[in-house]
Design a protein around this ligand. Structure first.
Ligand code: MCN
Length: 834
């Protein structure tokens, strides 16, 4: 691996330019919200509910109010006049979706999760505010908790009285070429599988917890909100609406942000409280989240029960898919809570050809737990997990190698652009190539051969190899398609490219990086376009006073939407510069070529003008073509014609100790295809981080609640974020299938690793144990969970297969469904590819 310092201009895209963001981060110079010196700021602290579900009988704040340093204490009732609207949910997925009114402090006399805000204290120091919280006396009448999704759906305790039910919505996506095609396909199928998977809740655990400072201007009503957010622009709109402040009086700034992974894609109670209270007291009000508060009061991810059924023909080619999903919304709907399962709803067929026989239905339910919302991948890792795990079950049933089964089903390269059963057009792909490259890097055949000799009768260290192929479906645009899904915002992005008089360039982007390296990437795009050094380019972002319009960073959208907008703005700049150059060179604009940062008259290489000269000319405006505006600047708002469709194959090799249940990841190979890579170093970093988050879901992480609705994993002592020593060395390869829908040929990559990883790991664990009769191991596959799965399988294993030893996909008992839907059981040893 080589890294380079700033390379010469016009050869920048595709190089491993070091991230310009890193020196400030590595030296501690970067300023995060909590670091900002804000003189005279008051501090906010919240008294939070210790109960998952309770009625508030009384609140006594008198002792707290009398404590030193305390300026004011507010209940929800005290602040009722501060809100022009409830907290926003931007994704009302169905017309009849239930959405309980949700305010920053419990306002309807009830609390609905441990951590729900009840009382706000404002004090002169953080310590004084937190001490006062301890003195607040709230009398509660505890009510039953609802933490089991299926029980919650039965409404044995109703969380929001006014709704009369815990069911939030049912959303269906049934596509059948002809009526009843799904049922008919299942009846006619040679093979079916029916599996249930649980996507455990996860805590996003960004390195920087949330932090907020609201600073009112002394006159005129303007207010600046500093927040550790991924969405300064959306936050500006939403806080203006919720607080009833004219939008032009709200400025949102996201200083350095230490990660978000979706959890900072939200409008939080504390942001609204800081703003409301700073206006009330006419002084800045700030709040810094503790790690435990982060666990309880920042949104959680995943939380789904997935029932998936596949129908396949004799060869294992998919003929229909049926999915029944239950989505855990948590106690309230946050910004995009209800939309998360939908994003996955389109992906349960993965990268496979499927006739129009798809039946997806999601029922979402309120529970007495922290609200869920977007977490890296948001619906797409869940969907990929289900189809990729189910494909392995199908492979087992068929006695076919899992990689071979995937190859039989891949959408062929020649079919691209491919119109899927859903009507969505997948723009490009070569799944077989990615799988072949992954298999080569993993020495797939070699590992399968080793597995045969290692996994013999009585072996306690069993080898497993897991494959997962995925689509990411990112970019989350065009806006019209988002509208058809009832999403309240668009999918466009803005960019301004401004060439200053001295030919230094300012790029203003509507994206809001919080670890993704946009400053580096965008400067590389502009460097290549304008033929100047990346060092001469500044990228401005995440301050709505500087970049007023934008839709921020999530959904791996920033490059395929925002980065492409930057390239388009460069084109506009070049067009304008060309008119000036033609005028100066007394040439026809059509005869000019732009390369290496200069315009040259075709056929007359001596007649040339560098961009620097044009920039100065545009500034002085002394000799511009008639009617041309001075200055060299262009703005673009880009709404892409399609989603972005990155894909790839991940392969994981594990060794499972059957005595202890411990899983040792021996090898991890990822071959991702995100089209043209702007900066392979950044891409690798993104994929590394993503894989570790997927691997963490597979093996380590889980937000555990007890029956009373208490979060048992609210510190990093209980919630197992893997350390570097827990993670294997990752082998990354890539293929490059440029996107035909944008001029850079790029696709997003920010979530790819997470989407591919969890099923690859669990497929490997199950593969290691399938010879012992294990068909599934729930996530996280902790030693205890794995050990339990082995022992349960041992208890239920029929005696004729109990001693069967494997190349794990041969010799296993196969369930075969014949034409009429009859089930018979037979042993098969056909088809194991290795
Ligand atoms: N890139 C590239 N070439 C490509 C694709 C991407 O060079 N073909 C580069 C881009 O230029 C950009 C980076 O990779 O610098 C990520 O680009 P993109 O895939 O567009 O994703 P976003 O910038 O929109 O980032 C969002 C994505 C998401 S959804 C989550 S969640 C996530 C992630 O990014 N959260 C992160 N990566 C994260 N990384 C860090 N450090 N912290 C987070 O919270």
């Amino acid at each position: 691996m080589t890294v380079t310092e700033a390379p010469p201009a016009a050869a920048v895209i595709g190089t491993r330019l070091l991230r310009r963001e890193d020196p400030a981060l590595l030296t501690g110079e970067a300023r995060f919200t909590a670091d900002l010196p804000i003189p005279g700021a008051l501090h906010l602290a919240l008294a939070r509910s210790p109960y998952a579900h309770a009625r508030i009988i009384s609140i006594d704040t008198s002792a707290a109010a009398a404590m030193p340093g305390v300026v004011a204490v507010y209940t929800g009732a005290d602040l009722a006049d501060s809100w022009a609207a409830p907290m926003p949910c931007a994704w009302p997925v169905t017309e009849d979706m239930k959405n309980p009114a949700h305010y920053p402090l419990a306002a309807n006399g009830k609390v609905a999760y441990v951590g729900d805000g009840v009382v706000a204290v404002v004090a002169t120091s953080e310590t004084a505010a937190r001490d006062a919280v301890e003195a607040i006396d709230v009398e509660y009448e505890p009510l039953p908790a609802a933490i089991d999704l299926e029980e919650a759906l039965a409404d044995s305790t109703v969380i929001h009285d006014e709704l009369g039910t815990n069911k939030c919505y049912t959303w269906a996506l049934k596509v059948e070429g002809e009526d009843g095609a799904v049922d008919r396909a299942f009846k006619a199928a040679a093979h079916t599988v029916s599996e249930r998977y649980v996507q455990q809740r996860l805590l996003p655990m960004a390195m920087e917890p949330r932090a907020i400072a609201a600073v009112p201007q002394p006159f005129g009503g303007d207010i600046t909100l500093y927040s550790a957010t991924q969405i300064p622009h959306i936050l500006k709109v939403m806080t203006a609406i919720t607080l009833g402040i004219p939008e032009h009086q709200v400025r949102v700034v996201a200083p350095a942000v230490g990660g978000g992974f979706g959890s900072k894609l939200n409008v939080y109670a504390e942001e609204l409280l800081c703003m409301a209270l700073s206006r009330k007291h006419n002084v800045p009000v700030r709040w810094n989240e503790t790690r435990s508060e982060n666990a309880q009061a920042t949104v959680h991810g995943r939380g789904q029960i997935q029932n998936i059924e596949l129908a396949a023909d004799e060869q294992g080619k998919l003929t229909a898919i049926r999915i029944r999903l239950i989505g855990d919304m948590g106690a309230y709907l946050q910004l995009v809570t209800p939309g998360v399962p939908l994003l996955g709803g389109f992906l349960y067929a993965g990268v496979y050809e499927l006739p129009a026989a798809y039946d997806f239905e999601c029922t979402s339910v309120f529970t007495t737990m922290t609200p869920t919302d977007a977490y890296r991948g948001a619906g797409r890792p869940e969907a990929t997990y289900a189809i990729e795990r189910a494909m392995d079950s199908l492979a087992t049933d068929l006695g076919v190698d899992p990689l071979e089964l995937r190859r039989r089903n891949f959408i062929p390269k020649e079919s691209y652009p491919y119109t899927a059963w859903s009507g969505l057009v997948y723009d490009s792909g070569d799944h077989d190539l990615a799988a072949t490259e992954a298999a080569r890097l993993a020495d797939y055949d070699g590992v399968r051969a080793r597995q045969k000799t290692q996994n013999v009768e009585g072996a306690t260290k069993r080898l497993g190899i897991g494959v997962s192929s995925y689509f990411e479906m990112c970019g989350l645009a065009p806006s019209r398609v988002l509208a058809s899904l009832n999403y309240s915002a668009g999918g466009w992005e803005t960019a301004t490219v401004r060439v200053l008089p001295t030919c230094k360039v300012q790029v203003v982007t509507g994206t809001a990086p919080h670890g993704q390296g946009h400053e580096t990437s965008w400067s590389m795009i502009v460097a290549d376009k304008l033929g100047i050094s990346p060092d001469d380019i500044d990228v401005l972002h995440s301050d709505t006073a500087i970049a007023p319009m934008g839709l921020d960073t999530y959904g791996s959208r920033s490059l395929p939407v925002g980065g492409v907008a930057v390239a388009m703005a460069c084109d506009k700049v070049i067009d304008k510069a060309k008119q000036i150059a033609a005028h100066q060179l007394e040439a026809n604009a059509d005869d000019l070529e732009f390369a290496g940062g200069a315009f040259t008259v075709q056929g007359s290489p001596d007649k040339s003008l560098p961009l620097a000269a044009i920039a100065f000319e545009a500034f002085t405006a002394h000799n511009l073509p008639d009617g041309l505006e001075p200055n060299l600047e262009a703005q673009v708002t880009y709404d892409p014609p399609n989603f972005s469709w990155p894909f790839g194959t991940h392969i994981c090799v594990v060794e499972v100790d059957t005595d202890t249940g411990a899983v040792d990841v021996l090898q991890y190979v990822a071959v991702d295809d995100c089209g043209v890579q702007i900066n392979p170093l950044i891409v690798e970093g993104q994929v590394h981080g993503g894989i570790v988050q997927g691997l963490a879901q597979a093996l380590f992480e889980e937000a555990v609640y007890d029956h009373d609705g208490n979060l048992k994993t609210s510190t990093l002592a209980e919630y197992l974020v893997p350390a570097a020593s827990d993670v294997p060395s990752l082998t990354l390869g890539h293929t490059e299938t440029p996107s035909p829908t944008n001029q850079l040929g790029v696709k997003g990559v920010g979530e790819a690793g997470t989407i591919g990883a969890a099923p690859a790991v669990i497929n490997a664990v199950v593969d290691a144990l399938s010879g012992l009769g294990v068909r599934d191991v729930p996530m996280p596959a902790s030693p205890f969970t794995v050990w339990t799965a082995i022992h349960k399988a041992g208890e239920s294993r029929p005696s004729d297969t109990a001693g069967t030893e494997v190349g794990d996909h041969e010799g296993v008992t196969a369930r075969t469904t014949t034409g009429g839907g009859d089930e018979s059981t037979s042993n098969t040893d056909e088809g194991a590819a290795s």
